[in-house]
Design a protein around this ligand. Structure first.
Ligand code: 2PG
Ligand code: MG
Length: 420
């Protein structure tokens, strides 16, 4: 599985923004991986390298690509692609040796391509390299209404999702959520609210607040002939860092303390079947997070707070989080993301494998979700190529599992949704 060459190139992500793709060629097989990017990124994420010049509005990745083609290619040549830990350690060593670093986008492209090349060389499905005996599919959290930094409407909450828990198989769950998506489109059309979509493929209707969004989701679930709460739950990604400024949150025209925001979540929980709230508080508002357990009695998922970092995840577990988002590009290497998953497991946290708002048509996050045994996966709406690539990959994995496939939705529902 000796690495004989590494090539990097620029490709476009789903937002029309440059990103890094790398091909790792081995004696026994080669593979290519492209890196996604966030729009509402956390301050503590591993830094991607952008050119910052006049091309591509400063978003070019010429330097990051050159780091793949020169420094990284040179350093990993001759290494064993099957030794992911050693390759990732080498990437981090190189990164540290250079100011301002090679870029997490350069590192992750090579890290994931190495993983996929090793799987090819071993003639195994990629998820098998993480867990040879995996049989569990994740429950999808589908972002049907986009707001915040992901849309140009008045909705401040970034993601309003449906979570099809009450089904026996992944494919039935995906069907129910997709039928709900179409029912929602019909409702929006009838009410002239607009059927334009946001960055993650969900609708971005002209609505004013998250109450309207949640009402629309409940109505869409019912129109699709499913039972809200019993079969399909709801979830929010508030991305509260985006609402936070100088110690206060701003939501629907009100300036609030963390406590007042928690009271808002408490009242939402009484009205809607919310199985989780992601980033209910800002990325450094540890105090705000600590107030959540009493008021926010549902899954409390950390994303910007934890940024796929094992240490921050351990701290979050002691600060009221019940689950974490895992995004490999927040970390920079697959080994680092694996360590974040282990930290979550050791702390008893639920794992939500996640895409980014700037995606490619790669499906590897689906393999990682299965290999990690993630309870949930976030991959956007069930529409648009870069989103369905992930769901379609999960359909193929489910088929390969055959009668042994496990869909954890009903069990998680019985245990209280995403509340670990
Ligand atoms: C999030 C993500 C993905 P972004 O906040 O969870 O849905 O958005 O990639 O823009 O950070
Ligand atoms: Mg998030």
């Amino acid at each position: 599985m000796k690495i004989i060459g590494v090539t990097g190139r620029m490709v476009l992500d789903s937002r029309g923004v440059p990103t890094v793709e790398a091909t790792v060629r081995c004696e026994k097989g080669s593979a290519t991986a492209a890196v996604p990017a966030g729009t509402s990124t956390g301050r503590h994420e591993a830094k991607e390298l952008r050119d910052g010049d006049e091309r591509w509005n400063g978003q070019g990745v010429k330097k990051a690509v050159s780091h793949v083609n020169v420094e990284i290619a040179h350093a990993v040549q001759g290494m064993d692609a099957a030794d992911q830990t050693a390759v990732d350690a080498k990437l981090l060593e190189l990164d540290a040796s250079k100011k301002p670093g090679l870029g997490a986008n350069a590192l992750l492209a090579v890290s994931v391509a190495t993983f996929l090349a090793a799987a090819r060389g071993k003639r195994k499905e990629p998820w098998r390299l993480l867990d040879e005996d995996a049989k569990r599919l994740p429950v999808p959290m589908l972002n049907l209404i986009n707001g915040g930094a992901h849309a140009r409407n008045g909705l401040e909450v970034q993601e309003c999702m449906v979570v099809p828990l009450g089904f026996d198989t992944f494919s039935e769950a995906l069907r129910a959520a997709t039928e709900t998506y179409h029912a929602l489109g019909g409702i929006l059309e009838e009410r002239n609210l607009g059927t334009a979509v946001g960055l993650e493929g969900g609708f971005s209707p002209q609505i004013e607040n998250h109450h309207e969004a949640l009402d629309l989701l409940v109505q869409a679930i019912e129109r699709a002939k499913y039972r809200p709460g019993e079969q399909i739950g709801l979830a929010l990604d508030v991305a509260a860092t985006e609402l936070y400024n100088e110690g206060a949150y701003k939501l629907t025209g009100h300036t609030m303390t963390a406590e007042q925001l928690a009271i808002e979540y408490e009242s939402l929980l009484q009205q809607y079947p919310l199985v989780s709230v992601e980033d209910p508080f800002a990325e450094d508002d540890w105090d705000g997070w600590r107030t959540t357990p009493d008021r926010v009695r549902t899954g409390r998922i950390a994303d910007d707070l934890t940024v796929t970092d094992a240490k921050r995840i351990e701290r979050a577990a002691g600060s009221g989080a019940t689950g974490v988002i895992i995004k490999p590009n927040q970390n920079g290497t697959l080994t680092g993301a694996n360590a974040a998953v282990s930290a979550a497991r050791q702390s008893g946290l639920t794992v939500v494998a996640s895409h980014r708002s700037g995606e490619t048509t790669d499906g590897w996050i689906a393999d990682l979700a299965v290999g990690w045994g993630a309870e949930f996966v976030k991959a956007g709406a069930p529409a648009r190529g870069e989103r369905v690539a992930k769901y379609n990959r999960l359909l193929a994995i489910e088929q390969a599992f055959g009668s042994q496939a496990v869909y954890p939705g009903p069990k998680l529902l019985a245990e209280g949704g995403t509340d670990a």
